[in-house]
Design a binder for this molecule. Structure first.
Ligand code: ADP
Ligand code: ADP
Ligand code: ZN
Length: 212
């Protein structure tokens, strides 16, 4: 039993990048609620969610709680998983602890990845993604061939919500809705702060030590 690990941190702090690396190392699933919502494009749920996402708003709690309950109940999560982008509000965190209690599981560690705001904006404006889930950054983490995914050869594109206006709103929403979770988990003795301003490998090693 490895346990459930939560990655907290503002948009652009590197949650997705680090969650993928850690999931490979620990051999447990990486659950990104943003990826699940984006993959639902074309369905009624996905299209309704995209309206919130493009504005940089949160998708309603009821939608996210049902989604995470369904995902955590699947067999591959039995030994634990890495939660990237959930919970983002106090009601989501309360629902998570009920769901885990019901499943007879618990939260092992909450990692809070800290990065200064100006750096988040630089990172997100040059983020490029692939449909396979890979993420690049034009300056710090570029693909080998411009516009092409190293992993699958797919065409890279910019996310609809990585516009400057949406990014600024996401940072405000993060401070208002998600930042309170830092104290929430600190008071439960689960929080570990990670300096997310260094290089990707260095941060990955610090995170691995924190959960080992
Ligand atoms: P989040 O999931 O928290 O929004 P991502 O993992 O998608 O963050 O990272 C945001 C952007 O910053 C991506 O373009 C990614 O390649 C880049 N990035 C991630 N970690 C670092 C780092 N340590 N230094 C520089 N750029 C990074
Ligand atoms: P980032 O960390 O870069 O903001 P994510 O992929 O985690 O990106 O999230 C993208 C968008 O998906 C969010 O801005 C929000 O609209 C929606 N979303 C993802 N997870 C949640 C959640 N737990 N609660 C509400 N909305 C969510
Ligand atoms: Zn790819």
């Amino acid at each position: 039993m490895i346990g459930n690990i939560i990655l907290l941190g503002p948009p652009g702090s590197g949650k997705g990048t680090q969650a993928k690396l850690l999931a490979e190392r620990l051999k447990i699933p990486h659950i990104s609620t943003g990826d699940i919502l984006r993959a639902a494009k074309g369905t009624e749920l996905g299209d309704r969610a995209a309206e919130y996402m493009n504005r940089g708003e949160l998708v309603p709690d009821t939608v996210l709680i049902a989604m995470i309950e369904d995902r955590l109940s699947q067999q591959d999560c039995a030994a634990g998983c890495i939660l990237d982008g959930y919970p983002r509000t106090i009601p989501q965190a309360d629902a998570l602890s009920e769901i885990l209690t019901e499943l007879n599981r618990e939260i092992k560690t909450v990692l809070d990845i800290e990065v200064p705001d100006d750096r988040l904006i630089t990172r997100l404006s040059a983020r490029r993604v692939c449909a396979c889930g890979a993420t690049y950054q034009l300056t710090f983490n570029p693909p080998q061939l411009e516009g092409v995914c190293d992993l699958c050869g797919g065409a890279l594109y910019q996310r609809d919500d990585d516009t400057e206006e949406s990014v600024r709103n996401r940072l405000l929403v993060y401070k208002r809705e998600t930042q309170p979770l830092i104290d929430y988990y600190r008071s439960q003795g689960l929080l570990v702060a990670i300096d997310g301003s260094g290089g990707i490998t260095e941060i990955a090693d610090e995170i691995y030590r924190a959960v080992s």
